[in-house]
Design a protein around this ligand. Sequence first.
Ligand SMILES: Nc1ncnc2c1ncn2[C@@H]1O[C@H](COP(=O)(O)OP(=O)(O)OP(=O)(O)O)[C@@H](O)[C@H]1O
Length: 226
Amino acid sequence: MSEIVFENVGHSFGERTVLQQINLRLSEQRIGIVGANGSGKSTLARMINGLVVPTEGRVQVNGLDTAKKGRDVRKQVGFVFTDPNHQIVMPTVAEDIEFSLRRSGLGKAERAAKVASVLERYGLAGHADHPTHQLSGGQKQLLALAAIMVTEPNVLVADEPTTLLDLRNSRLISSVFESLDQQLIVVTHQLDLLESFERVLVVDQGRVVADGSPADSIDHYRSLVS
Ligand SMILES: Nc1ncnc2c1ncn2[C@@H]1O[C@H](COP(=O)(O)OP(=O)(O)OP(=O)(O)O)[C@@H](O)[C@H]1O
């Protein structure tokens, strides 16, 4: 399992401090992050692959400092954005997934086999040749996830990966998450997704205010809003 370490981390956008005094050692397989809108969850998640670098302290992934080794960190950490339009780049579903393998060094047949396997796993097998712009929002979310997972990252960070999904596809993602071998860190407002996770963090006004089992953390989160 990977180890992600936050050491006295803070982040400010200009004058605005959005995260402060974050100290974490994340080595569990499945970790959830919950909290109110604007509390700093996405900023925290983006720090794990160096998309956002701390303005105070440091973040390390398996010993690599995200501020200094961003490229190497991103080879290990796949990131799925809330809005799949941010990461879909190719005209068709299969091409988009294959695009992720362009630097893999794999031959054409191996790439095709990997693409076929993730299409199947993410419920997109019937859509291989569909234009990506014609997919529904939920199908785009599945495609964005498939295009990251085909690269087999050590860590997957997903920022609200089920917001656009119907019940069936949300269950599909839930079962995919349960079967992943990789470390998984999910920011979500869908609390039932986290029931089987090892650890859940609650972020409130830029701080981690609870950190424990899903039941305890979710109780704490509920108490913040009641
Ligand atoms: N690039 C940026 N420049 C300035 N402020 C930003 C930027 N990105 C985020 N913020 C601010 O940082 C704060 C935390 O945002 P963040 O997206 O991390 O919250 P969140 O907990 O993920 O919220 P949500 O649940 O609504 O997605 C917000 O007040 C937001 O306006």
